[in-house]
Design a protein around this ligand. Structure first.
Ligand SMILES: Cc1ncc(COP(=O)(O)O)c(C=O)c1O
Length: 400
């Protein structure tokens, strides 16, 4: 019997990262592939204590169904956090989400019909491509440079492709690590407002700045109610909690709430209360400082190791925060091939291709610097450089 799947699932590209992550379980592999935080920095003791308090003091509420909009005291925490980031809002403007991934799916659900266009950065977050792809859409991709998306490219793309929304990751972007400058945020917002284009602003990494100056989100400029801002505790507390939040206008929140009800009724009551306790009763800011310091150090170690060992012709970004840097290899390199060679040397990265909506971009690789220890970073970059050196030598032979 032939299984009759929906058309949309046939168009979904499998994620290389998920495939890669299956082999990272092997102990001797050094992985720069996943987007994983440093596990040794998870606040395990604090989360244990917060959980005990939640369950010990009126635990039934934590085990009961709850409102789709979220646990009110946690909405207040995230409203305060969003205000500190520069966004004017109150608790009722917040919806609690199951991570930062859910708002991507729900934005797709409420805005996208089959054949619609989504405008993204080129390259962009692979799982956002997947989330939107399941609504059978087309993509238009805006060019980026070391200051993020280039706003001047937007009007022509908007007029030609008529996108339903622009999806952007302004801080320490996944995969490139670059940050959209303050000036470009203003220009991007002006253009979006002029065309009445919705903006989905994804900010999982903004709190992880280890260098440079803070830049307020695009949402802080939003006088028209066209920006849907979302963030998460995945990178600042732990991704296993699956808690994030959205700030959006009332009209959009109402639709998102209905879409969320259909998706999962509400995010975990227990996890929401644990996060609330953790944020209000423990030193969450001190913990973020610790993460920032560690990731800043790890970036510096990776950058220095790349400088010392990589062959001529390889360049990479210098992020001021977040968890990733982006390597540009010499013209003609195919990082899908390079990855298989790297795997033989027991080091992993993600080839660039999956981050491009049109699957171009084969000369790039994404390296994660948050997950491996400093020693493993040095060792892994050394192995990667050997693979790149061998590839450069081979292409020199072919060229001659
Ligand atoms: C840009 C971006 N958006 C969303 C997510 C999903 O985050 P969460 O774990 O909060 O669902 C990630 C995770 O890596 C990400 O990099």
């Amino acid at each position: 019997m032939k299984t009759r799947f929906a058309r949309r699932i046939g168009t979904l590209r499998p994620s290389t990262i998920r495939e890669i992550l299956k082999v990272t379980e092997q102990a001797d592999i050094i992985s720069f592939a996943g987007g994983l935080p440093a596990p040794e920095l998870f606040p395990v003791a604090e989360i244990l204590a917060a959980t005990e308090r939640v369950l010990g003091e009126g635990g039934a509420g934590a085990l009961q169904y709850g409102p789709s909009e979220g646990f009110q005291p946690l909405r207040e925490c995230f409203a305060e956090e969003s205000r500190q980031r520069g966004i004017a809002c109150v608790a009722d403007d917040i919806l609690i989400m199951t991570g930062s991934q859910q708002p991507l799916d729900l934005a797709g659900k409420i805005f996208l019909d089959a054949g619609d266009c989504v405008l993204t950065e080129n390259p962009t977050y692979m799982a956002a491509i997947q989330a939107f792809q399941s609504y059978e859409v087309r993509f238009a991709a805006a060019p980026t440079d070391e200051d993020g998306l280039i706003p001047e490219a937007l009007p022509e793309l908007i007029e030609r492709e008529q996108p339903k929304f622009l999806y952007t990751i302004p801080n320490f972007q996944n995969p490139t690590g670059v940050t959209l400058t303050a000036e470009r945020r203003c220009r991007l917002y002006e253009i979006a407002a002029r065309y009445g284009l919705m903006v989905v602003e994804d900010d999982p990494y903004g709190a992880l700045r280890y260098a440079g100056k803070y830049i307020p989100p695009i949402k802080s400029l939003d006088t028209e109610g066209i920006v849907i801002y979302h963030s998460t505790v995945s990178k600042t507390i732990a991704p296993g909690l699956r808690i994030g939040w959205v700030v959006a206008s009332e009209e959009i929140r109402r639709k998102l709430t209905i879409a969320k009800q259909a998706a999962d009724l509400h995010s975990s009551s227990l996890d929401q209360r644990i996060v609330h306790r953790y944020l209000t009763e423990f030193d969450s800011q001190g913990h973020i400082e610790q993460i920032r310091r560690a990731y800043g150090e790890r970036f510096a170690i990776m950058d220095a190791a790349l400088r010392e060992t990589m062959p001529e012709g390889y360049t990479w970004t210098h992020p001021e925060g977040g968890m990733f840097l982006w390597v540009t290899c010499p013209e003609g390199t195919d990082t899908n091939v390079l990855m298989r060679q790297a795997l033989e040397r027991k080091v992993l990265f993600v080839p660039g291709q999956d981050f491009f909506p049109d699957a171009s971009g084969r000369r790039f690789m994404r390296l994660n610097f948050s997950n491996a220890s400093p020693e493993k970073i040095r060792d892994g970059v050394g192995r990667l450089a050997e693979v790149c050196l061998a590839a450069s030598a081979a292409s020199a032979v072919i060229a001659s």
